[in-house]
Design a protein around this ligand. Structure first.
Ligand code: ZN
Ligand code: ZN
Ligand code: ZN
Length: 416
């Protein structure tokens, strides 16, 4: 596995690897920041940081859901529900940070004392409760939630925190916080849509560079091009690189290929799928280029892919079930005879997280609503030969589908 230089900047702080596994393909990144400083919506985020009223409004809606779902307490820690509800991203380390939200009464942010200064106070949203190095933070959380019968915990809260919490709240029943927070996070407000649009525009510039042949390909390894894309994502304003897949020729037939030592050759397809997190919100786009004159079988399939992706975006209107967007893409590919080579769902929701609800997949009958943002990314993968995918982030709005990725959608022959 390649080394992540972003992480190596803080390697003295932690010896564990796991929280950095999300961008293992980066060989080099020039930003002088660490993952935890930039993950999620930090208190230093600018344009996308809503004011206190936004968090008060979100917490009020969470409490309505808590009543409906018969949840007494919501607990969110590491992960994306915490910044969504408080504006603060926890450091993903062993010391516990936890926002404890009772159904009635004020929320409390339990935080390591040495990290309290990182938190921007949000008067009326939560009270800060720092704990000292010799205290047991799970006991503190247990006291705050005493008497709770049903507790909703964030998906990304670490198992160790929950396991340590269990003895402090005997008899409580646990459920996922996605039941009370997920539907709120799914419907983006205008500031969130603007943040997604800005993040998308930033990576579109990089796609344009690829398509104009400004990013050297032939003779470089996939990993080198991946590192190049990662560096550009940071230069274009993202604080964090989420992934930069580069897959050449036959490797492109593996949708989540891990860029490696494979050297890119002349006359083959190069699939790139990359995105970062900018001011808390994610980007994610896929474009393919061809290093030479496009082979006829590839050109023929790409026309189908192009039409399928456009059909998917066009279908993404308010009220349309998510699965119908998938069906719209799939029908075009099926009708052209490539159905068996479209081996994944059409898309995923996106926001604070690179993948979140709603999923654009058969079986998801959820009707799209204004503010739902998601990828539309059909692909055609011929095992051992080549693969192709075309991905935009789109949003359903009352004015129709909006695409946040607007770089050229064609397969472009590059001399690079
Ligand atoms: Zn990292
Ligand atoms: Zn992607
Ligand atoms: Zn995607």
């Amino acid at each position: 596995m390649s080394r992540c230089v972003v992480r190596s900047l803080v390697v003295d702080w932690h010896s564990d690897d796991e929280w950095c596994a999300e961008h293992p393909t980066l060989l080099e990144v020039t930003a002088g920041v660490s993952c935890w400083q930039t993950g999620g919506m930090s208190s230093t985020a600018t344009s996308a940081t809503p004011d206190t009223s936004v968090y008060l409004d979100r917490l009020a809606k969470v409490r309505v859901s808590m009543v409906e779902q018969n949840v007494d307490t919501v607990m969110v820690s590491v992960g994306h529900d915490l910044p969504y509800l408080s504006g603060y991203s926890a450091m993903p380390l062993e010391r516990l940070t936890m926002l404890v939200v009772p159904r009635d009464g004020v929320a409390t942010m339990v935080i390591p004392g040495l990290e309290a200064a990182r938190v921007e106070p949000q008067p009326g949203v939560f009270e800060l409760l720092p704990w000292g190095e010799t205290e047991d933070p799970t006991a503190i959380v247990g006291k705050l939630a005493a008497g709770s019968k049903r507790i909703a915990v964030g998906d990304q809260m670490w198992a160790r925190f929950l396991v340590e919490l269990l003895p402090h709240l005997p008899g409580a029943e646990y459920t996922r916080a996605v039941d009370v927070v997920g539907h709120l996070r799914m419907s983006k407000d205008q500031a969130e849509l603007d943040a997604l649009a800005a993040a998308g525009a930033a990576v579109d510039k990089i796609a344009g560079e690829l398509q104009r042949g400004e990013i050297p390909l032939v003779g470089r390894t996939e990993a080198e091009v991946s590192a190049h894309l990662g560096r550009r994502i940071i230069e274009e304003g993202a604080q964090k690189v989420n992934f930069a897949i580069v897959a050449a020729g036959e490797n492109a037939s593996s949708p989540h290929h891990h860029p490696g030592d494979r050297v890119i050759k002349k006359n083959e397809i190069v699939l790139t799928d990359f995105g970062g997190t900018m001011n808390g919100y994610c980007s994610d786009t896929t474009r393919c280029v061809f290093t030479g004159e496009i082979a006829p079988d590839v050109a023929e399939a790409y026309e189908v892919l192009f039409a399928a992706q456009a059909a998917g975006v066009a279908a993404a209107t308010v009220g349309t079930p998510c699965q119908d967007v998938d069906r719209a893409c799939r029908k075009v590919i099926d009708d052209a005879g490539y159905g068996e080579y479209f081996i994944h769902r059409t898309g995923h929701g996106i926001g604070l997280e690179a993948h979140e609800d709603p999923y654009i997949v058969e079986g998801n009958a959820l009707p799209l609503a204004h503010g739902h943002a998601f990828s539309v990314e059909p692909g055609i993968y011929i095992p051992g030969k080549w693969g192709m995918r075309l991905e935009d982030i789109a949003a359903a709005t009352n004015d129709g589908p909006v695409s946040f990725n607007n770089s050229d959608h064609h397969l472009i022959s590059v001399d690079a």
